[in-house]
Ligand binder design. Structure first.
Ligand SMILES: [Zn+2]
Length: 434
């Protein structure tokens, strides 16, 4: 932990006022941002850095926040492609997940973290099995994560799994110097009957954690929940009395007007996953309508086996582009909104508002630098437009989480990439029987 100064770059703080410092500086003391302003600002007040990083020609912004993924599913990348969701899930993924071990989840998560850090993702929301293995990978690599043990309510061991999840949350919430927070992860309405969902909500209430759930992802889900309960998936969730619980809902693709009103009134944070929704042909979420009604929306990649990468900048561009084409309105999801969804809205969705997601004094120092000195970023007319419409995640050069440099000039400081890729490859092939 030391005093770090990033100076001379184009600083995009994402603080909601559209302000950009060009040039600007970010002063970091220990794990926190001390100041954001024009160059020389911090030192003029008598503060001295231990290290100065020159950022001329770089964009300096808050790290991206991936608000929905299953990190260890990177082990199944490329397996069972080009299938509809239910078939992909029931015939390909679920049988493989039966074979998972803590060790496999650890190496799959390490691979995912390596990929996310290189793409400038400093925080992710995970929903998966063997949460202790996920927590171990997060602890070692220095990334920030909200970990939700995945819960299915239709199995004989569902109650025992819920008890383990409760134990995980009480042991790990605030772990790894505060970089780990927890939620409970009831998988979806179609795998969580009312009694089970209510038990999960009761536990979330007692633990004071949120829930992370898949909601209204496909037409099949809407049809099945409608036939079984006479309700939409959104109405089904609200019928379990969840108004006081922080809800992170992935997808919300098939929602109508009353559903959107319920999401807005319930302050549900939606994780929009355009890449996964397109790949699984689930559909296109009504993002403009959600935003117009004031529903807070963040961005997620979903697992690498339905995307097939964990590149949040790509999701930001997709979100900015597909809704323009789909609605015929070029004004929907402007670059500023896409960036907010990738950063500050992600923090809010993970219950981390006021802790990270923007560059502001007192917040945790999760900062990334992108190289602008490249042909696809010239001329340097509009940094926001350049970031959302022209930049590539491979432009990310430096990643800082909690004040610590975890990636510099493309090199990892906290993980051995060669070993991670070797072990992930070996683990994946063992699981898939290759
Ligand atoms: Zn998912």
């Amino acid at each position: 932990m030391s005093n770090l100064l990033l100076t001379g770059g184009t600083v995009i703080p994402v603080t909601g006022d559209g302000r950009i410092y060009d040039p600007g500086e970010v002063a970091i003391g220990g794990s926190e941002i001390l100041s954001v302003g024009p160059p020389g600002d911090a030192q003029a007040r008598g503060w001295q850095p231990d290290r100065v990083i020159r950022a001329e020609g770089k964009l300096v912004l808050p790290g991206f926040i991936n608000s929905h993924t299953h990190a260890a599913m990177s082990l199944f990348r490329g397996y069972g492609d080009d299938l509809p969701l239910q078939e992909w899930l029931e015939e390909k993924i679920w049988p493989m997940e039966e074979k998972l071990t803590a060790d496999a989840v650890y190496w799959g998560t390490m691979l995912a973290i390596a990929e996310m850090l290189r793409c400038g993702v400093t925080t992710f929301a995970d929903m998966y099995f063997f949460p202790e293995a996920i927590a171990q990978a997060v602890t070692e690599t220095g990334i920030r994560a909200s970990i939700a043990p995945g819960l299915v309510g239709t199995r004989s061991d569902s109650a025992a799994n819920l008890r383990s999840a409760i134990r995980f949350c009480s042991e790990w919430d605030g772990g790894a110097s505060g970089r780990i927070t927890t939620m409970l992860g009831p998988h979806a309405p179609y795998t969580c009957p009312p009694d089970f969902l209510q038990a999960v909500l009761t536990a979330a209430r007692e633990l004071e954690v949120g829930i992370h759930i898949h909601l209204a992802e496909t037409r099949v889900e809407v049809k099945n929940i409608g036939e079984k309960y006479g309700l939409s998936p959104i109405a089904y969730l609200f019928a379990q009395n969840c108004e006081d619980i922080h809800i992170l809902a992935a997808h919300c693709v098939h929602v109508d007007g009353p559903d959107i009103d319920m999401l807005a009134a319930g302050k549900v944070h939606v994780s929009h996953n355009p890449g996964s929704n397109l790949k699984l042909a689930s559909g296109i979420a009504p993002l403009p309508q959600l935003l117009e009604k004031g529903v807070p929306v963040a961005l997620g990649t979903d697992g690498a086996s339905s995307n097939n990468n964990l590149d949040l900048l790509e999701e930001a561009r997709l979100a900015a582009l597909i809704h323009k084409g789909y609605t015929g309105r070029p004004t929907v999801v402007a670059a500023q909104k896409a960036l907010e969804m990738a950063t500050i809205e992600g923090a809010a969705a993970l219950k981390l508002a006021g802790q990270c997601g923007c560059l502001q004094p007192g917040l945790k120092a999760d900062v990334i630098l992108l190289n602008r000195e490249q042909p696809h970023m010239y001329p340097k007319v509009n940094p926001l437009s350049g970031l959302i419409y022209s930049a590539r995640s491979s432009d990310v050069e430096l990643v800082i989480v909690n004040g610590e440099i975890v990636l510099e000039n493309g090199q990892y400081c906290t993980l051995d990439l060669e070993k991670v890729m070797y072990m992930a490859e070996r683990t994946s092939k063992e699981l898939l029987g290759l």
